[in-house]
Design a protein around this ligand. Structure first.
Ligand SMILES: *[C@@H]1O[C@H](CO)[C@@H](O)[C@H](O)[C@H]1NC(C)=O
Ligand SMILES: *[C@@H]1O[C@H](CO)[C@@H](O)[C@H](O)[C@H]1NC(C)=O
Ligand SMILES: *[C@@H]1O[C@H](CO)[C@@H](O)[C@H](O)[C@H]1NC(C)=O
Length: 345
């Protein structure tokens, strides 16, 4: 079942010079894993003001939110419940509500005992990861003011390396509560992997969808004189793995710079690849885009062609204008003849 998910993680590598080979690229030897994790950010402004934000994530895709006023889980997709029943979610909701309220209250109560200055934030990241052919891994990491503080290992809270005396005393405190440790252990080791598998199944239509990218070129003067920064924009594709580069004929251009693959608001992805060239060398360059949604038919955009397209458009507009002017003049002339009585009916 997990194997269904792994194409999601496959990344295509640039091929050789032979265009025929390009359709048959091996997937990158990426670590084959998928995770579900919950992120919580608790902000404390002063003794009397604190708030908590929560969210659930399937790898990089947000699947759940947290409604702060009512302390309720928000399901962002129709399939966000996985295969859990409503009852199971009600139980989880109660658990998270108690945990959140308790956390905020206890931190406020204990903050005065430590030399902690307001404002501060506590960040938590907890979940599980499935690897092909391995047993699930789980994690629960806590950071304080953006620095790793402690994490949950096996069945104990352990201070992060170099985290100081605060982490040690917080761990000593937390380790006294066997009930909480047991609950955390069960959530991480049993509930999370079970939920993740169900989620991958209920969301498979969405997760396996293929959305074709759009691509376009742009340029701007580069720093050096007489140089251009050519940009190839690839946007709106899903899944994330994509390959794009600047080429001359079938030769990949070594100076190509790759941006990060950034998320669009609709869950698709965006990539920009740029090439810094001397202006006179820009002609003949092309941007080549490969993506699983394109079925082996790469998108190829030639630099310069869109300029000639602009020229064609300009010429077309001019010709149309000239024709219009001629027509207007012709009508004026004939209208005049009609007005002066040549026309009869
Ligand atoms: C606590 O912080 C909140 C939010 O910044 C602020 O509105 C409030 O006035 C503060 N209260 C006190 C007692 O400082
Ligand atoms: C985890 O804890 C159990 C019980 O405390 C112990 O038997 C086991 O060796 C621990 N495993 C690791 C990897 O620390
Ligand atoms: C959900 O799916 C997982 C994986 O297929 C399975 O282990 C589990 O028993 C199912 N049901 C529930 C309620 O978790």
């Amino acid at each position: 079942m997990l194997f269904l998910q792994f194409p999601l993680l496959a990344v295509f590598l640039p091929g050789g010079d032979n265009a025929e080979e390009l359709g048959l690229l091996p997937p990158r030897a990426a670590p084959e894993h998928v995770s579900f994790h919950v992120i919580q950010i608790a902000s404390f402004a002063n003794q009397s003001w604190a708030q908590c934000q929560g969210s659930g994530w399937l790898d990089e895709l947000q699947t759940h939110g947290w409604e702060r006023e009512s302390n309720k889980i928000i399901f962002l997709h129709t399939w966000s419940k996985g295969n859990f029943s409503n009852e199971e979610f009600l139980d989880l909701n109660v658990l998270f509500r108690f945990y959140t309220i308790g956390l905020m209250r206890d931190v406020q109560a204990h903050a005065s005992q430590y030399p902690i200055e307001y404002p501060f934030e506590i960040q938590m990241n907890a979940g599980c990861e499935l690897h092909s052919g391995e047993s699930p891994k789980s994690f629960f990491q806590v950071a304080f003011k953006g620095v790793a503080l402690l994490n949950f290992q096996n069945t104990t809270w352990v201070p992060s390396p170099d985290s100081g005396s605060l982490a040690q005393s917080v761990c000593d405190l937390l380790n006294q509560y066997d009930g909480i440790k047991e609950t955390v252990y069960t959530l991480l080791r049993s509930t999370c992997p079970r939920f993740l598998l169900g989620l991958l199944d209920s969301g498979k239509m969405y997760l396996h969808r293929q959305v074709r990218p759009e691509a376009w070129l742009s340029s701007r003067p580069s720093l050096g004189s007489g140089r251009l920064l050519l940009a190839c924009h690839v946007s709106g594709f899903y899944p994330k793995p994509v390959w794009a580069t600047w080429m001359r004929n079938e030769q990949e251009q070594l100076g190509t710079e790759y941006g990060d693959i950034l998320p669009n608001a609709d869950g698709t992805w965006y990539l920009r690849v740029t090439l810094d060239v001397a202006s006179e060398e820009a002609a003949g360059l092309s941007c080549r885009v490969r993506h699983s949604s394109l079925g082996g038919q790469d998108i190829i955009l030639y630099w310069g062609h869109h300029f000639s397209m602009n020229w064609i458009a300009l010429v077309a507009v001019m010709v149309t204008l000239v024709i219009l002017i001629v027509l207007v003049l012709w009508f004026k002339k004939h209208w005049y003849r009609f007005e002066t009585g040549t026309y009869s009916c």
